[in-house]
Ligand binder design. Structure first.
Ligand code: ADE
Length: 280
């Protein structure tokens, strides 16, 4: 690859809202040692559609293009010894400073040591992207990055969970996907996020069970209420399902449900109704 950065919006459709202050589409910049891996995912499914429809732009930068020696070295052994290679500060810092348009841009490093990613953080970063028009993600690799790069250019650190992956690319893609699907107009009715797990519609709880055709599969039917056409009953059933699942699977999220019930959204502890009926 010859160029340090690229943007994949050549086939963009009608443009979305311009970002306040910039007059431009919001742009998400990803800095990585594996640009092809990142580009492939960002061109696919909903993240790809978001860019093609003109709601966001992606710019993927190869950190190796900012190596300062002729061997394009980006990592080295740790001072003081120890196993594992450390990402050098200069390529990371130079890359961020080259691509960053705003001095106050949020620069996220994906690392197991970061704050845990969540729906709440998704909405916060979405607002940050909307307000500044720019969001930068740096994908860590190897054992980590030189602490001076963190000090100089990283403003926030995000982890996607308490496990260690081979690099920060998958976590960065998780973060980008979660954000762009919440941009207005990206999701169509058929993949609406309104009542997904963790949303306000679910009082922060889990989504309910869903069924589609065929009506009977390997002897398993569909709960009758869903075939009844009675929308109020269906809504009530789904709400009960969501509450029950949350209490069973994620009691740590049940606080929001109690608030929802107090506000009269219904639900409550009901006998399990999510077992598929055997029809033969
Ligand atoms: N890099 C390696 N593991 C990670 C994780 N769990 N979250 C974010 N970045 C990472």
């Amino acid at each position: 690859m010859s160029s340090a950065t690229d943007s994949e919006n050549d086939d963009a459709g009608p443009r979305g809202e311009a970002s306040p202050g910039t007059g431009q589409l919001p742009i998400i910049r990803v800095l990585t040692l594996f640009p092809e891996m990142v580009r492939a995912v960002l061109a696919t499914s909903i993240p790809g559609r978001a860019e093609r429809q003109g709601q966001v732009r992606y710019e993927v930068t190869d950190i190796r293009d900012f190596a300062v020696d002729k061997h394009r070295t980006v990592d080295d052994t740790a001072y003081g010894g120890g196993a594992g290679m450390i990402m050098m500060a200069p390529p990371v810092v130079e890359a961020v400073e080259k691509v960053r348009e705003r001095d106050d841009a949020t620069v996220i490093l994906t690392t197991p040591q970061g704050e845990t990613f969540s729906e709440e953080l998704t909405l916060e970063l979405l607002e940050d992207l909307r307000a500044k028009g720019e969001l930068i993600l740096v994908c860590g690799r190897y054992k980590g990055i030189d602490e001076r790069a963190r000090e100089l250019v990283v403003t926030r650190e995000v982890s996607i969970g308490d496990y260690v992956l081979s690099g920060g690319e998958l976590p960065a893609l998780v973060v980008v996907d979660a954000i762009v699907r919440r941009l207005p107009g990206v999701l169509h009715d058929e993949d609406s996020a309104a009542n997904d797990s963790f949303t306000a519609d679910r009082d922060g709880g889990l989504d309910c069970a869903w069924y589609t055709k065929p009506p009977v599969y390997r002897g398993l039917g569909v709960p009758e209420v869903l075939m009844s056409g009675h929308h109020a009953n269906i809504e009530k059933w789904r709400r009960q399902q969501s509450v029950e699942r949350t209490r069973q699977r994620r009691p740590d999220l049940a606080q929001g449900l109690d608030r929802g019930e107090a506000e009269g959204k219904g639900g409550g502890r009901k006998p399990r109704q999510d077992r598929n009926r055997r029809t033969r």
